[in-house]
Design a protein around this ligand. Structure first.
Ligand SMILES: Cc1cc2nc3c(=O)[nH]c(=O)nc-3n(C[C@H](O)[C@H](O)[C@H](O)COP(=O)(O)OP(=O)(O)OC[C@H]3O[C@@H](n4cnc5c(N)ncnc54)[C@H](O)[C@@H]3O)c2cc1C
Length: 394
């Protein structure tokens, strides 16, 4: 792959589409636009690539969801992940070892059965398992607290960073500008019938006809620059990785009750996170806490005693971008045509980026507007048209 660097030099003064946020969502949209010949695009990122949630996540990708739309979107996204290396020319270490969810209560069993039936209706081969059948897949599990499990062998894990580099590389080599260390400080709507925006940044201004807000947990701040109030809230999510162990763990394993999840990377590390409460004060916090370590040590060793002696190499945190119903917020907010939202992805925006980038580009390039943009528009919260996703982990 030819070496292509992020854009240096001044911001261009005008462009067709500006994208705020150089995380996986902004870069996926930029790449998919460029692939369709729309290259008059500028991506504006405050820090380095992968500075936000996209560089801090666990790399899990799955089709096991509780809503039809998410199941179908993730079937397509996993298909895109499978062909990523070939299409983009970067190895993202994608491995389909499956996702194994464990239930501890009858209520969780009922939820699992409902979700598995839904997934099967759309051709996802998830199956219910007894605790002993779960142990046949991961023999090291202590299943004494488990009532049942479900397993889809087609779910998987990947290594997040090369995803961003791959998208950025391909977008840049097709003529898109990607400006790093460039902060958006204000946005003005242009006067007149033509519409459009002037985006003020730390590197000067750029005028654009259309503007995408892909600023993740920071998207409410960005939307407020245009007077739009978004309901998504940041939530700190913590995660750690251990020393590398000889490969032994096939699937990503997750305990529904605690929100614990763990997988083994291609390099052998155990990558694991768990739900830990945090003050909901609207601030984005990325500091690591001892409380996380003590919670995860207890949860992990209870279900996987073999990991009691494993050494932790590093722990970190990042912002989940939590929407009120667990589904993304997309499309143009009322009264601001030309301003496109791509936010509210909670803890599953990485896996959704391939398909959302593709669908957004199809829409912006003048083609079809997929039904996801109707289902996930901002107005649903005022209209009470909410379908809650309940397979949120972490
Ligand atoms: C610990 C953790 C584990 C996770 N695990 C998974 C997982 O296993 N699977 C999965 O699918 N998802 C997971 N997620 C969620 C996933 O990482 C996110 O949903 C996804 O990365 C969101 O991408 P994004 O591009 O929308 O946001 P981000 O990656 O956060 O990018 C937004 C970017 O906008 C930039 N920005 C903000 N304000 C401005 C401004 N004013 N000017 C310019 N730039 C600005 C930021 O610097 C940032 O880089 C996890 C998240 C965390 C924190």
């Amino acid at each position: 792959m030819k070496d292509v660097q992020p854009t240096t030099g001044p911001l261009r003064s005008k462009c067709e589409i500006a994208i705020i946020g150089g995380g996986v969502m902004g870069l996926s949209i930029a790449y998919q636009l460029a692939k369709r010949g729309i290259t008059d695009v500028v991506v504006i990122e405050r820090g380095y690539l992968a500075q936000g949630a996209s560089g801090r996540n666990g790399g899990g990708v799955r089709m096991q969801w509780s809503t039809e739309l998410n199941v179908r979107l993730m079937q397509e996204s996993i298909d895109l992940c499978k062909h990523f290396a070939q299409e983009i020319g970067v190895n993202v270490w994608f491995r389909q070892g499956g996702y194994l969810f464990l239930a501890r209560t009858d209520a969780e069993r009922a939820k699992m059965e409902r979700n598995v039936a839904l997934q099967n209706r759309f051709g996802v081969p998830t199956r219910m398992l007894s605790p002993e059948e779960a142990r046949a897949i991961v023999p090291e599990l202590d299943v004494r607290s488990i009532v049942c499990a479900c397993y889809n062998p087609r779910d998987g894990v990947l290594f997040p960073w090369p995803f961003l580099w791959g998208y950025a590389h391909q977008a840049l080599s097709r003529g898109v500008e990607v400006h790093l260390y460039t902060e958006v400080t204000g946005i003005e709507r242009q006067k007149g019938n033509a519409g459009g925006f002037t985006v003020h940044t730390s590197k000067g201004n750029v005028q654009c006809k259309r503007l995408v807000n892909a600023a993740g947990a920071w998207s409410p701040e960005v939307a407020r620059m245009l007077g739009v109030e978004l309901p998504n809230r940041p939530h700190r999510h913590e995660i750690l990785s251990t020393e590398p162990l000889k490969p032994f763990l096939g699937p990503m394993v997750s305990v529904l009750q605690s929100g614990l999840y763990f997988s083994q990377s291609m390099r052998g590390e155990i990558v694991t996170g768990v739900t830990v409460e945090d003050a909901d004060d609207g601030r984005i916090k990325m500091g690591s806490r001892l409380k996380f370590l003590t919670t995860i040590a207890r949860e992990l060793v209870a279900i996987m005693p073999r990991l009691a002696d494993v050494k932790i190499l590093r722990q970190w945190a990042g912002p989940y971008d939590v929407s009120p119903d667990g589904r993304p917020i997309l499309g143009e907010p009322p009264g601001v045509p030309g301003f496109f939202l791509a936010c509210g992805f909670v803890g599953h925006g990485f896996m959704m980026a391939p398909v959302i980038g593709k669908l957004y580009a199809e829409w912006l390039a003048g083609g079809v507007r997929h039904e996801v943009f109707e289902h996930c528009r901002l107005q649903r919260f005022d209209e009470g048209k909410i379908e809650r996703e309940d397979m949120i982990i972490g």
